[in-house]
Design a protein around this ligand. Sequence first.
Ligand SMILES: Cc1cc2nc3c(=O)[nH]c(=O)nc-3n(C[C@H](O)[C@H](O)[C@H](O)COP(=O)(O)OP(=O)(O)OC[C@H]3O[C@@H](n4cnc5c(N)ncnc54)[C@H](O)[C@@H]3O)c2cc1C
Length: 490
Amino acid sequence: MKNSTPEAASVYDVIIIGAGPCGLATAAHLRKQHPSALFTDEEQARYHWVSKQAAIKNKRSGRVTRGGILGSRDACPSMLVLDSNGKKWMSKWNALFLKHKIRYLRSPMFFHPDPSDRDALLSFMHAAGRPNEAQEIAGCVGKELSKHQKKRRIRRGVKSTGRSKPISEINERERRDYFARSSACFGDFCIACRDRYDLDEQQIIRQEAVQDIDYDVCDETVNEEKLFRVVTDAHCYFVRSVVLAVGGGEPFVPAPFGEMPSNGASHALDLEQKDLLSGTLAANVQSKQLTSVLVIGGGLTSAQAVDGLIRRGVSQIHLVMRGALKVKPFDIDLSWMSKYKNHERAAFWATDSFEVTTRPFANSLGERLDIIKRARNGGSITPRFKKILESHIASSRLNVHCHTTVSGQSYSETNQNWTITSNPSISGLPAFDHIVFATGTHIDITSLPYLETLHRKYPIQTYSGLPALNNDLQWAEDVPLFVTGRLAAL
Ligand SMILES: Cc1cc2nc3c(=O)[nH]c(=O)nc-3n(C[C@H](O)[C@H](O)[C@H](O)COP(=O)(O)OP(=O)(O)OC[C@H]3O[C@@H](n4cnc5c(N)ncnc54)[C@H](O)[C@@H]3O)c2cc1C
């Protein structure tokens, strides 16, 4: 810990760790003047509109005051946001999107950080005159089965058992939700969200890495209230509650590599390296030499990396994935979005026995893990990227090897290339100039160094690295540390 001097000022009400979409959504929630529990989505939207439009004219001075009639910001909790990646909202997200030159998001219109209104992004696009900055997400709407088709399925013996997954259907009337907005438009929407909730970066975000969190009585002689003591690489803060919005963890490198090789390899999600092409590979591409790259991974990031590398001039790519190449609009099954989503969610919540002890604790959470794994079912690519990969295969720039893992590897410093063996073995694999790991991230709450003190003082049950939080996404009833994002999956 460098220079961790106590922050002299007051005790904060909340510190949010992480300024990504989950941190932004949490901060906006805290600045929201009408709690979601009291109003429906529609009412929230209306209240926002009323507060924006309302104008009060002072009879004497004639001064017109706009907005603010529904409460004052002063009533909001004092807040600080800490992020090791940048001083702005979405720094990490923006860097990743820039690195992969992602032009359109994968998620639908209603996945966004504005808590007041499910349709906030849609409204923003229309109000900004940018309704066309979105692409329809293929394979979602228009999958309904007619009565005739349903009967035919039954005649063919395609039965619906109690536990079988319902047929994914998105109603035609929800079509407008199933568009992927452009990254630029989403970026501007997040800025609008920042402004709408008065979340100016300069005032509330600090670029600092959290190194330790403790929760205890800080000065018994003055106050017996327990406080969090959040230590960063620059300061020490006292705060009443903490929100962990730290995302999905560190880039994962699979066996037989184990750890990130120091030469000839990179991770698609590593932000230290700003561009996909680097070092020797970049030099070889620039000097128009024949180059070959091995990409490992079966999710959308691997497809984006393949496309990005080919566009930047790499001659040939081998894409290796341990399973099949799955094509899905989203990284979870469509049934979690469709009109059957309540069925899926009910099954998920029905396993909940955090407080109820009739079912064994471990089993119910094990069941939840299982549901999450089944819903995700490993990495997948979108129909749009499937077409892109097919075009690269057709032009002989890409070879895809499904159900294949790397079994052996060695890097020659002299030749600056990799010799790779695989299982099953692939004949004619070239020596690779570079390996790109598109193998996702790994997070285990028990191995986050800054949570060591909390784990020691307030142990918590974990399953596959995910904490068993209470229904308020809180560490424990008497420990007001809240968790959002991937770590809160259970
Ligand atoms: C290539 C790619 C494309 C994607 N496309 C989409 C998409 O189209 N739609 C979609 O919904 N999702 C998409 N995702 C997923 C999306 O990036 C994540 O779901 C989202 O960023 C998670 O948000 P978050 O706020 O939980 O975490 P993050 O965005 O990861 O933010 C967490 C923040 O916490 C900070 N942090 C972590 N530890 C500390 C610490 N100790 N101290 C201080 N700060 C810390 C990090 O610096 C980071 O800024 C994509 C992901 C990738 C890799």
